[in-house]
Design a protein around this ligand. Structure first.
Ligand code: G4P
Length: 573
């Protein structure tokens, strides 16, 4: 094996790229902050929270977003952390994990963004509020993780408060989310009687000292106390009458027989479960250690290769796919997020690219597969600790920011020259629609430009009717529409009225290639376009979309045209 190969393998092996998923208020911001503190990436609690606070009101959020620089630096947070079990004198490349934490937008309306971020991670950390159990948004997010078999580690937070019984929580996670849990730590009491956790894997007791400095940067945590097993009399000394409760729980758990199975975890079919209190820094270090040792490094990913990577295949054309290993020497990556107009004077845009294989080195060119040309990457940024800095080198699992003027779209793939396109970055069917009526027709061009850019950024979806010229915009949530209005006015000086349109759902329409001959499909398609003209639009990617006034109409239309496929999500191409 050459030296470069060995370096590449080691760099890939130490990467851990993940996102935190949770229902609002479960403690994601608090935990993010504590992970960064333990990882040495920030010195002070409060940095992440300050940003979240500004998000509570739409207006504040917008003001905040105008200072885009801030949200860009906190979009990806990278730090190093020792991998448990590797000797302290081993070289850094073996000893230190390189952790990339990708932020997911806090507001529920930005679900789409969150989904796309989840396509760029190799694992997820699920935070559950111990008092509330599994909540709705967590259920949705887990569905997305399941689509990609993303491994999930679970942290049950807020045990310094009265919570649901731990066994009940475990049942709830298994029932509602359908993932068997493997307790890694187990809580001893809760609320006022919270004594700490028993580390089932390390056989250690971690005692909770309700910190009067809760919320401050008190990282002086004592190490776990080793015990010889659950029957060790030291447990009685340390826990008093709660020792027997713990033993009872452990006995029940052992009876339930959930053994850790690494393969099942890596396939997203089992989740290690830890308990703690992020606010009190309690359980966070154990969580980070467990995460770093269990979470997988970048894996192989599926890409469409050859001609189909550049242009949508014609009906009946074969589509060739290939699994691309993270250690494949050819550079490759895909864009999962675009943030535009960070500096309104420059109209610049930042594309967030997840590197999937090869090495990124400053000064190199990468092949922009969709455009079929090589582009310079000398101004790409890395997201290290608190600052953005020019990236010298980056490896699979890392995220780099590529400034551009609109040449890069969400879903674009880059390579060292090969035609390849990574799959699986979804668009979701919007549920809120507005017709955009310009106040002055002179602004039609600015509107088209603004809408196109916002749609490429993934901020909204745009639809142009087959019949007529009035744009319709679609969003998954109300806040998304508010942000769009604000940005059209602020960045493109477009004043418009946004008229409610009676559509409730969207379906992307393509011919159903299974079982129908091409010439029949062409006929069906033109018949469909004639019959359903007023419901037909093309989206920002020029794909055909059916906008339905109600569910009943959608069902009827689908029944009328069995030769066509009506899809609720669409992959970016
Ligand atoms: P989110 O990002 O998931 O929405 O949650 P966030 O971290 O903001 O936490 C939501 C609330 O829960 C915050 O309270 C936070 O302090 C509290 N919290 C987080 N972790 C713990 C914990 O371990 N124990 C307890 N008891 N509370 C916790 P808040 O009142 O909304 O905000 P703040 O006034 O504390 O800033």
């Amino acid at each position: 094996m050459s030296k470069v190969d060995a370096t590449a393998r080691a760099e890939v092996r130490r990467r851990r790229t993940f996102a935190i998923i949770s229902h609002p208020d479960a403690g994601k911001t608090t935990l993010t902050e504590k992970l960064l503190l333990f990882g040495g990436a920030i010195q002070m609690a409060g940095a992440v929270r300050a940003r979240k606070a500004a998000r509570h009101a739409v207006s504040d959020w917008m003001k905040m977003e105008q200072e885009r620089g801030i949200s860009v630096t906190t979009s990806v947070m990278s730090f190093e952390y020792p991998i448990p079990g590797i000797p302290a004198d081993a070289p850094d490349i073996e000893r230190l994990a390189n952790v990339n934490l990708l932020d997911t937008p806090g507001h529920a309306d930005f679900g789409e963004d969150t989904y796309r971020v989840l396509t760029a991670v190799d694992s997820a950390l699920m935070v559950i509020d111990g008092a509330k159990g599994v909540e709705s948004r967590t259920e949705k997010l887990i569905e997305i993780c399941r689509m990609r078999d993303t491994p999930v580690i679970t942290f049950v937070n807020k045990f310094d408060r009265e919570c649901l019984a731990p066994l009940e929580l475990l049942d709830e996670i298994e029932d509602k989310l359908g993932i068997p849990c493997v307790p890694w730590t187990w809580p001893i009491g809760m609320g006022k009687r919270f004594k700490g956790v028993y580390h089932l894997v390390d056989q250690q007791l971690h005692l909770f000292k309700p910190s009067d400095k809760a919320g401050e940067d008190n990282l002086e945590l004592s190490e776990g106390i080793p015990v010889s097993g659950i029957d060790d009399p030291r447990i009685d000394e340390l826990l008093g009458d709660q020792a027997d409760d713990l033993r009872e729980d452990i006995e029940l758990l052992e009876g339930a027989g959930a053994e850790f199975d690494r393969e099942a975890f890596l396939a997203g079919k089992q989740t290690p479960l830890l308990f703690g209190s992020a606010m009190n820094n309690f359980g966070v270090r154990e969580l980070l250690r467990t995460f770093v040792s269990l979470a997988p490094p970048p894996q192989q990913r599926e890409a469409i290769v050859g001609k189909a990577a550049i242009e949508p295949p014609k009906p009946g054309d074969p589509v060739e796919t290939r699994m691309i290993a993270a250690v494949d020497p050819e550079f490759s990556g895909f864009v999962f997020k675009i943030q535009a107009n960070m500096d309104p004077n420059h109209r610049d845009r930042m594309a967030f690219m997840r590197i999937c294989s090869g090495k990124f080195a400053r000064g190199m060119k990468a092949h922009h597969v969709r455009l079929g040309r090589d582009v310079g990457m000398s101004n790409a940024l890395a997201f290290l600790a608190r600052s953005r800095e020019l990236v010298e080198e980056a490896w699979p699992g890392d995220i780099i920011g590529v400034p551009n003027h609109g040449t890069i779209k969400i879903g674009d793939s880059f390579s060292g020259g090969s035609k390849l396109r990574y799959t699986g970055i979804p668009s979701f069917a919007p549920e809120l629609f507005r017709r955009v009526l310009l106040k002055t027709p002179l602004k039609a061009k600015a509107l088209a430009k603004g809408l196109r850019q916002l749609s490429e950024e993934g901020a909204i979806q745009v639809f142009k009717p087959l019949l007529g010229a009035t744009w319709v915009v679609g969003a998954v949530g109300q806040l998304q529409l508010e942000v769009m209005k604000h940005r059209l006015l602020d960045e493109y000086s477009v004043e418009a009225a946004y008229e409610h349109v009676d559509f409730t759902t969207t379906r992307w329409v393509t011919p159903n290639l299974e079982g129908y001959a091409k010439q029949d499909l062409d006929k069906v398609m033109s018949n469909f376009k004639r019959k359903c003209e007023e419901n037909l639009y093309v989206d920002g990617h020029d794909d055909l979309v059916y906008l339905a006034p109600n569910k009943w109409n959608m069902i009827k239309t689908e029944e009328r045209f069995p030769e066509l496929r009506f899809e609720a999500t669409r992959e970016h191409s």
